[in-house]
Write a protein that binds this ligand. Structure first.
Ligand code: ADP
Ligand code: MN
Length: 252
C-alpha cells in the first residue's frame, strides 16, 4: 500500500527537489519501512505534510526540511537505527532518573534517545532558553521548529558562519548558556560552534539529545568539556579569554 510518506518521497524525487549528492544520499538511506510509517503517522496526526529537502547528514541523524499542515517550515530530525552509537546512548541515559532503560534493544534505545532530546528541548524551551521549539517526537523522528528565513534557508552553524562581532555574540551565548544550566537545569555536553546556530547574529543552541540533568553523575565532566571546547573555539574567533574566565562568566 502506498502511504502518504511514500507519496511525499515520490513527489520529492519526481520534482527533483533533491539536487545535490547529499540529498540523493538522504533519499536512499534513511527511509526504511518503519521510518516511513513513523513519518506517515506524524502526517496523519497533523504535524507534517511534506518533506522537501535535506539540511544536514550527520553521523547518526539526518535533518530534513519539512512543511507542516499550515505550510510553515519545520525541521525533521531522523535518527538512523543502524548507525547509532548505542554505547554512547547507554552511557548518557543510564543514571538519568527520567529514563528507565532495562532493555538492550537497539531500536528502543534510539527511541528513548529521541524522546530524551524532545524532553530536554521542552524543558529548555519552557525555561526560555533560545532553542528550537519542540513539536513532536515519535520513534526515531523528532520534529522541531525550523530556524531560518521565510524562504526556507536554514540558519548556519556558527562554525560555518562566524559572528560579525564575536565579543557581542559570545556575551549573548553566555546569557543563553547560563539559562540553559540554571533555568533549564541541564548540561549540554556537546556544546560547540557546530551546535550553536548563528541566526541573525543571535545564538540558537541545538542538538540536546546528550544533555543531562545537573545531578547526573557525568554532569561535571560534561560541563568541563563544554567550557574547554567553547573557550578554544571563541579564542580562535579572536576573543581574549581563558577557561577560568568562562567558568566565572557562567557562575561556576
Ligand atoms: P547531529 O549533529 O546529531 O547530526 P544536529 O541536531 O546538530 O544533529 O543537526 C545537524 C544540523 O542540522 C545542524 O548543524 C544544523 O545545520 C541543522 N539543523 C538542526 N536543527 C535545525 C533547525 N531546527 N533549524 C534549522 N537547521 C537545523
Ligand atoms: Mn550537531
Amino acid at each position: 500500500k502506498i502511504t502518504k510518506a511514500d507519496k511525499a518521497m515520490g513527489k520529492l524525487e519526481s520534482q527533483k527537489r533533491f539536487k545535490g549528492d547529499e540529498d540523493r544520499r538522504v533519499g536512499s538511506e534513511i527511509f526504511d519501512k518503519s521510518t516511513l510509517e513513523t513519518l506517515y503517522k506524524l502526517g496523519k496526526q497533523g504535524y507534517l505534510d511534506l518533506l522537501n529537502g535535506a539540511i544536514s547528514t550527520g553521523k547518526e541523524a539526518n535533518v530534513l526540511k519539512g512543511l507542516d499542515d499550515d505550510g510553515s517550515f519545520i525541521a525533521v530530525k531522523i535518527y538512523r537505527i543502524t548507525t547509532s552509537d548505542f554505547k554512547k546512548m547507554q552511557y548518557y541515559i543510564q543514571g538519568d532518573p527520567r529514563f528507565k532503560i532495562s532493555s538492550n534493544n537497539k531500536r528502543q534505545l534510539v527511541h528513548a534517545w529521541v524522546n530524551k532530546e524532545f524532553r530536554n528541548l521542552k524543558r529548555l524551551y519552557e525555561a526560555k532558553v533560545n532553542v528550537p521549539k519542540p513539536i513532536a517526537a515519535l520513534n526515531n523522528v523528532l520534529l522541531i521548529e525550523f530556524i531560518g528565513d521565510e524562504d526556507g534557508d536554514p540558519a548556519q552553524p556558527t562554525k560555518n558562519k562566524a559572528p560579525l562581532n564575536p565579543e557581542d555574540f559570545f556575551q549573548k551565548l553566555l546569557f543563553e548558556w547560563k539559562n540553559f544550566i540554571f533555568q533549564g537545569k541541564l548540561i549540554h555536553g556537546d556544546l560547540s560552534t557546530y551546535n550553536i546556530l548563528n541566526y541573525k547574529e543571535y545564538p540558537v543552541i541545538i542538538d540536546v539529545s546528550q544533555a543531562v540533568v545537573l545531578d547526573h553523575i557525568i554532569a561535571p565532566e560534561l560541563l568541563k568539556r563544554d567550557i574547554t571546547n567553547l573557550t578554544k573555539e571563541f579564542k580562535h574567533l579572536g576573543l581574549d579569554i581563558d577557561e577560568d574566565y568562562v567558568k566565572d562568566a557562567i557562575n561556576f
